[in-house]
Design a protein around this ligand. Sequence first.
Ligand code: PGA
Length: 238
Amino acid sequence: MQKLIVANWKSNPKRLSAAVRLARLSDKKGAVIAPPYVYIEAISRILRHAALGAQDVFFEDGGAHTGEIGVSQLKNLGVEYVIIGHSERRALGETDAVVNKKLMRALKSGMHAILCVGEQSSVRRLGVTAAKQFVRRQLNADLTHIPKLLLKRLIVAYEPVWAIGTGEADAPEKSVEIITTIKATLLKKGIRSPKVLYGGSVTSRNAEQFLSRAEIDGALVGGASLKPSEFRKILMHR
Ligand code: PGA
């Protein structure tokens, strides 16, 4: 089965013209492009092959919530995937309770949710077992009370926090070990074929090491997704 390669542009680029150019060069089957909200409409008119994603969504759909974006607004622009619980949002104070509400809302709306989990370096220093315990706890908290029926649209991205944007990707065999634990946790929740991506300093140089593993269903790519030639090389391994 083809793997899913998700481009998380974060708060880049600074101009719409650059975003449009980047989208044209990244428009490949099997890719999900998650631009900043302000570019979603323009990019929805460009993509022919890649799917459209968003980097977050609010847990209420419409109403008096200054600065927030709801699921209907995203869906009506053709957004099919939404990243939830990215560590950069958690670092700003997003709690598991909030992540849980956002997941519930996104999954109920019919969107695919990409839930990010992963441990800090202080945890990984204690070993892979500690990291497994950490992500298991995070998953259980984030998925509380979400009906089994909705979980079939869930995708998990394992992103060790210390590997994000540092150029220091995890060792593929360690990620595989942790991803196997994540899959076991998801299977226990009744998800029949859980999908788990790896994220954290994926580049054209290391992509194959991750994407050639049967346990890893794709990649969540930050920095390298802003460089079209890099991103296209990563896509070749899907
Ligand atoms: P990175 O970011 O590829 O720049 O490490 C990954 C992410 O934050 O999803």
